[in-house]
Design a protein around this ligand. Structure first.
Ligand SMILES: O=C(O)CCC(=O)C(=O)O
Length: 277
């Protein structure tokens, strides 16, 4: 089923202590739900500073870890769908950058393990290598909810148009992207990527970023945004800690695709894209 709903994005400031981050996330989820959000989204690595060295230290195994307990309890207490940003997840001896999705009874619905790891050496000196401590996910994730189908990807995943397209071909109406772009690639590419994936696929895109902390080793760009299927920005944050909201009507997708039938006009007789899963 698809119907109108409100989405809330918690652009939270991530601190050094995990417990402080869990408390902050919990209170922002409460506020977002109190303001009518049926889907609430947290940012990438919301329980842990974005630093490869720290991921093993903050990692948790599902379902025992306290972050999962908080997310499940929060989803149930507020009666919402919760896309729990991402956190370092320990699984079978590996650590993944994983987003967990819970339903309104606190039930676990799905998880997405980041597929494309951020391993870069940028000209301004920003060097980040997630693969030093993280393993690559292998599964494309689309979660059915009572209001819309959510395609879940994490940060760098948005740079790979094949992934978004496959999620959309699997039925995603909304691409949900916990993220943390930086002060180099953020101003250049963040909004452009969110809007391009929305326009390419005629879907909503929710980019949930961490707030900017200029004293952190990795400075987040912030600027969380919710983009409509026409490529229009319907809600946007600046760099500070805040919650943004948008009313999302999946019916808009059908109207836009009727008027401009991009998916129908694909030349699958000439090219096609398929997942290996
Ligand atoms: O793609 C980018 O520019 C930023 C990606 C990133 O920070 C991440 O994947 O965590």
């Amino acid at each position: 089923m698809k119907r109108k709903f409100k989405a809330g994005v918690c652009q939270m400031l991530v601190a050094g202590q995990k417990d402080d981050n869990l408390a902050k996330a919990r209170s922002m989820i409460r506020e977002a739900a109190a303001n009518g959000s049926e889907i609430v989204v947290l940012p990438e690595m919301f329980n842990c500073p974005y630093n490869s060295r720290l991921f093993p230290q903050y990692a948790e195994s599902f379902p025992a870890g306290k972050t999962f307990k908080m997310l499940s309890e929060a989803a149930a207490a507020e009666g919402i769908y919760l896309v729990g940003g991402s956190l370092p997840e320990r699984e079978n001896g590996n650590i993944f950058n994983t987003s967990f999705v819970f339903g309104p009874q606190g039930e676990f619905l799905a998880k997405h393990q980041k597929i494309h790891l951020f391993d870069v050496d940028l000209p301004d000196g920003l060097s980040f290598h997630e693969s030093k401590t993280l393993a690559r996910g292998k599964v494309i994730t689309v979660v059915k909810t009572a209001v819309a189908n959510l395609g879940v990807a994490i940060c760098y995943d948005i740079r790979f148009p094949e992934l978004s397209r496959l999620m959309v071909l699997m039925g995603a109406d909304v691409i949900v992207l916990p993220a943390s772009f930086n002060m180099n690639t953020g101003p250049a590419h963040w909004e452009l990527l969110l809007r391009t994936r929305a326009v390419d696929n005629q879907v909503f895109v929710i980019g949930a970023a961490t707030a900017r902390d200029t004293s952190a080793s990795y400075v987040s760009y912030g600027n969380s945004a919710i983009v409509g299927p026409w490529g229009d920005i319907i809600a946007r944050a600046d760099e500070k800690e805040t919650i943004i909201y948008a009313d999302i009507d999946p019916g808009e997708i059908d109207k836009i695709r009727e008027a401009l039938p991009l998916l129908k006009h694909r030349r699958t007789d000439i090219y096609h894209i398929k997942s290996q899963q």
